[in-house]
Every structure is written in structure tokens, then in C-alpha cells.
Design a protein around this ligand. Structure first.
Ligand SMILES: *[C@@H]1O[C@H](CO)[C@@H](O)[C@H](O)[C@H]1NC(C)=O
Ligand SMILES: *[C@@H]1O[C@H](CO)[C@@H](O)[C@H](O)[C@H]1NC(C)=O
Ligand SMILES: *[C@@H]1O[C@H](CO)[C@@H](O)[C@H](O)[C@H]1NC(C)=O
Ligand SMILES: *[C@@H]1O[C@H](CO)[C@@H](O)[C@H](O)[C@H]1NC(C)=O
Ligand SMILES: *[C@@H]1O[C@H](CO)[C@@H](O)[C@H](O)[C@H]1NC(C)=O
Ligand SMILES: *[C@@H]1O[C@H](CO)[C@@H](O)[C@H](O)[C@H]1NC(C)=O
Ligand SMILES: *[C@@H]1O[C@H](CO)[C@@H](O)[C@H](O)[C@H]1NC(C)=O
Ligand SMILES: *[C@@H]1O[C@H](CO)[C@@H](O)[C@H](O)[C@H]1NC(C)=O
Ligand SMILES: *[C@@H]1O[C@H](CO)[C@@H](O)[C@H](O)[C@H]1NC(C)=O
Ligand SMILES: *[C@@H]1O[C@H](CO)[C@@H](O)[C@H](O)[C@H]1NC(C)=O
Length: 492
């Protein structure tokens, strides 16, 4: 009798657990377009991914804060938030309510109270039209730079990754998944590599461990809940050892069916943190995007999952200037004009959910509350990228076409970039510098209408097109004391 009661109680508990979770909703999952370039909603409409980064949202917020945050982000057009399940603060760090994510530091024993709050915030987001791209567990639990995963307490390995992935995928079947973060499947002792280089050592050939099989098990588990077309990528670091694969998801896992979208982290530094380790330059965040977009073989939507955060110091180092709205706007426009399927914004204090007096700020930017920094200007401007693209009748059929720019396009964050409508109905040109644009308009039928789009407020003003232009036309951007960058929209 006792055992029956216990059994019944546990069945009921399991049942309650399932109901409390997030119900499958057929309109939540996103898919990939037939040409592999962009995301689509369940009814086939193109979806431009406009993400904000709030890694610690589930871990450090309470419900009124999460509501304030999501209301703000929804009002600024964000349709995606990046957040983590088992956080980067370690398995012994409780959430706002004193709960740990796991029971007995066991990755296969989720603590229901912890995840019930995750569900609550996930549902709050969806009520506002915001999906959550979930990192099930930070890369730290598979391979940390000190080579002690999860500080020795919790390890995700081939013995448990499938079970954890399956549990996670069953609970959140509809959301896009980002495997791990800030790491790579080939890991070695990064501390030692950096130390060697900074002491002037010659780059060596390092032994590395291939953690790919752990990723495979995790992905396989996630697919049990979300199905074979689940959106899954990995989120690599921005630097890696000489001679290793470049740090994009596809450079490691191009042959895996579970990799349904490609991603990189162009990162926060405009100098090599540990020269000569290869790294992505934050002022050329478009570079990995172009590499992913232009690679041969399987075509997938591409995203820069982590570009320089607004109000984060260059390389996260105090004493360096911090990235401002202009920097993050330029980087995101350039990524989108390089063919990315969306953009990722982040603000340093929002990403880590800093609350003065409650948490220790990590020193990577000026310490201000998350609630102050949700107001940073870049967060309002980023929606204008989506606007200027989706306002075109040819959207999403827009392809990067640098050949229409005559003369020097500039380098780094001065680089001018162009998108051409596949049906030649439009050219859209982004200039970060406000220099005169000389454009080869011969692909457009005349007459052409021309307008300037203001990347800060999203307004259009008509531009003059010379009545007798030849194939090459010059356009002089307006001047405005608050910004140099403009988008020229030419439509046939
Ligand atoms: C799915 O989500 C949409 C959008 O929030 C909502 O309108 C709809 O009622 C939901 N469907 C179910 C079955 O919950
Ligand atoms: C959440 O925390 C804030 C302090 O940041 C506090 O003012 C508020 O009352 C809390 N809300 C709830 C529901 O506990
Ligand atoms: C978890 O790891 C930390 C850091 O290594 C250690 O101080 C702590 O005692 C560990 N906790 C448990 C429960 O093993
Ligand atoms: C990693 O390298 C650092 C620097 O050489 C060293 O202090 C540390 O013990 C190494 N860790 C492991 C786990 O090998
Ligand atoms: C933003 O920072 C850049 C350097 O990264 C600087 O050139 C620019 O003037 C700054 N813009 C504003 C508006 O402060
Ligand atoms: C971008 O323009 C600024 C201002 O003219 C200049 O200082 C910088 O060197 C330029 N950078 C590149 C890569 O052209
Ligand atoms: C302009 O583009 C056309 C193709 O659309 C090309 O044939 C022509 O050579 C280009 N003209 C210049 C000046 O680049
Ligand atoms: C300058 O740009 C700002 C931001 O887009 C806009 O609000 C303002 O109206 C512009 N000023 C002029 C004189 O065009
Ligand atoms: C457009 O041309 C008219 C007439 O030449 C001129 O008055 C006006 O300033 C021009 N506008 C722009 C934005 O160049
Ligand atoms: C356009 O090109 C023709 C032929 O090359 C040339 O005669 C004419 O002067 C050009 N017109 C302008 C406005 O540049």
C-alpha cells in the first residue's frame, strides 16, 4: 500500500511537472527557408532574427524585473532573447529565490523549482512575441579553460549529455537551441597557450581533446523533444589556436545534420588578446559572417551570436574605451549587409543582469544596473536594420553585392556595403562614414526612386537622383550632427 501511494504520488508529481512546463505551441518553432538563407515562421513567413542578449535572465531576475525587461525589449522590436539554462555562474550559485538548477549537482536531476521560474519567464516572453534561444548549459560544464569542467562539481559528458539534452528538449521543444557558449568542441589548456604566447614562445602544436561526441549526444537528446528539424547551433569563442579550425559552428560541425544554423562570435576586442592566436576583430565582425555565408557545401542561415556589446570595454578591459551605440549599430548593419539572417544586440550590464548591491559586476564595463542599461540608445536603433530590409518588397530575397559600389569601399568599421534585390528591384547601400556614394545603378530599370534611411530613427527622406545619370550615379548623404551613417535605398 505504501509503495502504491509513493508510486502514485511520484506519478502525480511527474504529471504536474509536465503541465507546469511550457506547452508545445505550433506557432513557436521557426524553420529554415528552402534556399537555406533565412528563418521562416510556421506559416512560411520570413523571420528576421532580432536578438537581445540576457544570458542571466533566468538566473538573476525576479518576475517584476523580467516583465519590465521583456516589455522594454518587445517595444523595441526584439523578437528573440538569448538566455542560458544551467548558468555560467556555476552549479553552486543559486537563482534569485535561493534555488539551484540541479539536485545534488547532477546534470540529470533538474531542480523543479528552478525550472518552474524559467518556464514562467519563457512564457512571459512568448506572450510578448519574443522567443527565447536557449543555451541548455554553459560550455563551462563540458570544458573550461582550467580543464576542470563545472569546477569539478558538474560535468556534461558522453555518459549524461543525451539524457540532459532529452530532458531539456522535452521541456522546451519549440525554442531554438544554442549548444554551450564561449568555447569550442576542440579544447585544450587555453591558459597555457596564452601564457606561452605572451612570454614570446613560438606557437606550438597543441594536443587537444575533441569534445564533439558530447555535442552530438546533447544535440541528439534535444532533437527527441523538438524533432529532427529543431534549430540548433553552437556558439564558439572568438579565438582559437593556430592551425585549428576557424571559430564558426560550421568549421567544426559542417557534416552534422543537427547543425541547422551557423553561428560565430565576433567578440569584443579590436586587437589580438593573445597574439598570435587567431581571433575575430570586433571592428570586422562581418568577416566571419562573410565566411559562413560564402562557404561551399551546405547552406544554412548564419548569425553573429555575439558581437561587441554596448557599454563593454574593448576586450572587456577597464581603461579601454567602451563600445558605443555607433559601434554596435555599424557592426550589426555590416553583418546584415553581409547576408546574416538576423542580428544580435547585447548590453554589457543587461547580459550579466547586474544589480548593484546584490551581485558583483564583472569589471567588463562601467558598472550600472541592468535596468538603467536597457535604455542605452543602441537597443532602440537596432530594429531599424530589420525595418529597412523588411520594408523592401523583395525581402528576403536580398543578396550581398559589393560590385555595385564604385571605388574604395573602405575597411573595418568604415566599410560600405550593399545588398541587391534578387529581382533587381532595389539596391540598398549602407555607409558608416557618410562619404559620397558612387553606385553602379545599371542593374535597376529607370526611373529610380532614391531615399535616405536614417539608421537612428528609421525615417526616410527622399534623395535626389540626377535626371540624366549614366550607369554610375553619385549620392551625397545628408549631414546630421548625431551620426555619420546612412542607408541609401534605390528602387526601380
Ligand atoms: C500559441 O501562441 C499564440 C501566440 O501567443 C497564441 O495566440 C495561441 O493561443 C497559442 N496556442 C496554444 C494552443 O496555446
Ligand atoms: C524584484 O526586485 C526588485 C528589486 O530589484 C524589487 O523592487 C521588487 O519588489 C521585486 N519583485 C518581486 C516580485 O519580488
Ligand atoms: C564546487 O566547486 C567549487 C569550486 O571548485 C568548490 O569550492 C565547491 O566546494 C564545490 N561544491 C561541491 C558541492 O562540490
Ligand atoms: C593550464 O596551464 C596553466 C598555465 O601553464 C597551468 O597553471 C595549469 O595548471 C594548467 N591546467 C591544467 C589542468 O593542465
Ligand atoms: C563611438 O566610439 C567610436 C570609437 O569606437 C568613436 O569614433 C565615436 O566617435 C564614438 N561615437 C560617439 C557618438 O560617441
Ligand atoms: C576609418 O576612418 C577613420 C576616420 O577617418 C580612420 O581614422 C581609420 O583609420 C579608418 N579605418 C580604416 C580601417 O580604414
Ligand atoms: C556596372 O554593372 C554592370 C553589370 O550590372 C557591368 O556590366 C558594368 O561594367 C558596371 N559598370 C561599372 C562602371 O562598373
Ligand atoms: C538628426 O538625426 C536624429 C536621429 O535620427 C533625428 O532625430 C534628427 O531629427 C536629425 N536632425 C536633422 C536636422 O535632420
Ligand atoms: C535636391 O535638389 C534640389 C534642387 O537642386 C536642392 O534644392 C536640394 O537641396 C537637393 N536635396 C538634397 C538632399 O540634396
Ligand atoms: C553619359 O555618358 C555619355 C556617353 O558615355 C556621355 O556622352 C555623357 O556626357 C554622359 N553624361 C553625363 C551626365 O555624365
Amino acid at each position: 500500500m505504501l509503495s502504491v501511494t509513493v508510486l502514485l504520488a511520484s506519478l502525480l508529481a511527474l504529471h504536474a511537472w509536465r503541465c507546469a512546463a511550457v506547452p508545445h505551441n505550433a506557432s513557436y518553432p521557426l524553420g529554415v527557408s528552402d534556399n537555406g538563407r533565412h528563418f521562416i515562421t510556421s506559416d512560411g513567413q520570413p523571420f528576421f532574427w532580432q536578438a537581445d542578449t540576457a544570458w542571466a535572465l533566468f538566473h538573476r531576475s525576479n518576475i517584476s524585473e523580467a516583465t519590465t525587461y521583456l516589455d522594454d525589449r518587445a517595444s523595441k522590436g526584439f523578437n528573440m532573447v538569448l538566455a542560458v539554462g544551467v548558468s555560467m555562474f556555476g552549479p553552486a550559485d543559486p537563482n534569485r529565490f535561493g534555488q539551484l538548477p540541479l539536485v545534488d549537482f547532477d546534470i540529470t536531476q533538474p531542480n523543479e523549482a528552478y525550472w518552474a521560474y524559467v518556464d514562467q519567464v519563457y512564457n512571459l516572453a512568448w506572450e510578448r512575441g519574443i522567443r527565447v534561444a536557449l543555451v541548455p548549459a554553459w560550455g563551462y560544464y563540458i570544458h573550461e579553460s582550467n580543464n576542470v569542467p563545472g569546477d569539478g562539481n558538474v560535468t556534461v559528458d558522453t555518459s549524461n549529455a543525451y539524457a540532459f539534452g532529452k530532458w531539456f528538449g522535452d521541456r522546451y521543444p519549440d525554442s531554438p537551441k544554442i549548444l554551450v557558449a564561449d568555447t569550442n568542441p576542440y579544447w585544450t589548456n587555453k591558459t597555457a597557450v596564452s601564457a606561452d604566447y605572451t612570454s614570446g614562445g613560438v606557437p606550438q602544436t597543441y594536443a587537444f581533446t575533441d569534445y564533439g561526441p558530447v555535442y552530438d549526444q546533447l544535440a541528439k537528446g534535444l532533437q527527441q523533444g523538438g524533432g529532427p528539424n529543431s534549430l540548433i547551433t553552437i556558439h564558439p569563442t572568438n579565438q582559437w589556436f593556430s592551425g585549428g579550425p576557424i571559430a564558426t559552428a560550421s568549421a567544426f560541425f559542417d557534416d552534422r545534420d543537427w547543425l541547422t544554423f551557423d553561428a560565430c562570435q565576433s567578440g569584443h576586442a579590436d586587437y589580438a588578446p593573445n597574439p598570435p592566436i587567431p581571433w575575430w576583430n570586433a571592428r570586422r565582425g562581418y568577416e566571419p559572417v562573410q565566411i559562413m555565408y560564402g562557404k561551399s557545401g551546405k547552406i544554412r542561415p548564419v548569425l553573429d551570436n555575439e558581437a561587441h556589446y554596448e557599454a563593454r570595454y574593448d576586450n572587456g578591459k577597464a581603461g579601454k574605451p567602451y563600445w558605443n551605440a555607433s559601434d554596435v549599430r555599424i557592426g550589426s548593419f555590416q553583418a546584415a549587409f553581409s547576408g546574416s539572417a538576423g542580428v544580435t544586440y547585447g548590453a554589457d550590464n543587461v547580459m550579466q543582469w547586474y544589480i548593484p548591491g546584490l551581485y558583483t559586476q564583472d569589471g567588463s564595463g562601467p558598472a550600472r544596473s541592468w535596468s538603467e542599461d536597457i535604455q542605452l540608445p543602441g537597443s532602440s536603433q537596432i530594429q531599424n536594420i530589420r525595418k529597412v530590409l523588411t520594408d523592401r518588397k523583395a525581402y528576403p530575397n536580398l543578396v550581398p553585392d559589393p560590385t555595385v559600389i564604385i571605388g574604395d569601399s573602405g575597411g573595418d568599421d568604415n566599410r560600405t556595403m550593399a545588398l541587391r534585390a534578387g529581382d533587381n528591384s532595389a539596391l540598398i547601400i549602407y555607409t558608416p562614414t557618410g562619404a559620397v556614394l558612387k553606385i553602379n545603378v545599371s542593374c535597376l530599370d529607370s526611373p529610380i526612386t532614391a531615399s535616405w534611411f536614417d539608421p537612428l530613427d528609421g525615417s526616410y527622406t527622399s534623395a535626389n537622383v540626377s535626371a540624366t545619370y549614366n550607369a554610375t550615379a553619385s549620392f551625397v548623404p545628408p549631414t546630421n550632427s548625431t551620426h555619420l551613417d546612412w542607408v541609401l535605398v534605390l528602387e526601380a
